[in-house]
Design a protein around this ligand. Sequence first.
Ligand SMILES: O=C1O[C@H](COP(=O)(O)O)[C@@H](O)[C@H](O)[C@H]1O
Length: 260
Amino acid sequence: MAETAITEKSKGNLQVFESEEDLAVSLAKYTADLSAKFVRERATFAVVLSGGSLIYSLRKLTESPYLESVDWTKWYVFWVDERVVPKDHRDSNYKLAYDGFLSKVPIPPGNVYNINDALYAEGAADDYETCFRHLVKLKIIESAASSGFPKFDLMLLGMGPDGHVASLFPGHPLLSENQKWVTFIKDSLKPPPERITCTFPVINSSANIALVVCGADKADTVYRALGNKQDSSDLLPVQIVSPAEGELTWFLDKEAASKL
Ligand SMILES: O=C1O[C@H](COP(=O)(O)O)[C@@H](O)[C@H](O)[C@H]1O
């Protein structure tokens, strides 16, 4: 394993890998270890997925030894964001995750909570929030003691080259949404324009967040987020990721970290 650096920063734990392949190996172990911990402690593991390149980086989890050793029956799966398209559409984050991850591991289908693709954006966001509230009552999702927002065990986030996370884009008014758990956007600059997204209070209530970022096209944004020169005005979405009571771990390949 060619891990080049592990350092502690106020911005979270930073892990930089020689290659995306090494990153994927480490991400699988990190996720499997958290799964074992939460299954031991509370008999469930509530995991939130992103779309995009993150799904490819989860591939090692679908292989030995994790395919056999992870207690997949205890997993509950959610999405941090989804595009308002049918779930068999090529832009669907559900389809991406199903094809690249979920179809390869024995998670009970009833534990997979995709966003309702039969509803318009507003309705789908409300419906997903209602689903979260129900599962918090059932204690499948924990509740953050201080805020009452849902506290997922693990949130696996990607980051776009512009610094967006989930469907929370730079400069968008939704960055300051502080009441809703799930909301919608109809003017995403990255297509498709209509999306559903968890809000920052939900993201930042997570017990663990992994920010998984690969590729030279993201190096400038990673530098802006993690480099020494910090500008607190006009924060990028990725700079707002800061779990209040949880742990943030950055998984970077060396291209993404090349400007640090
Ligand atoms: O549109 C989206 O983009 C981000 C980042 O994707 P990536 O391919 O650059 O890693 C993704 O995390 C998000 O879920 C997705 O809807």
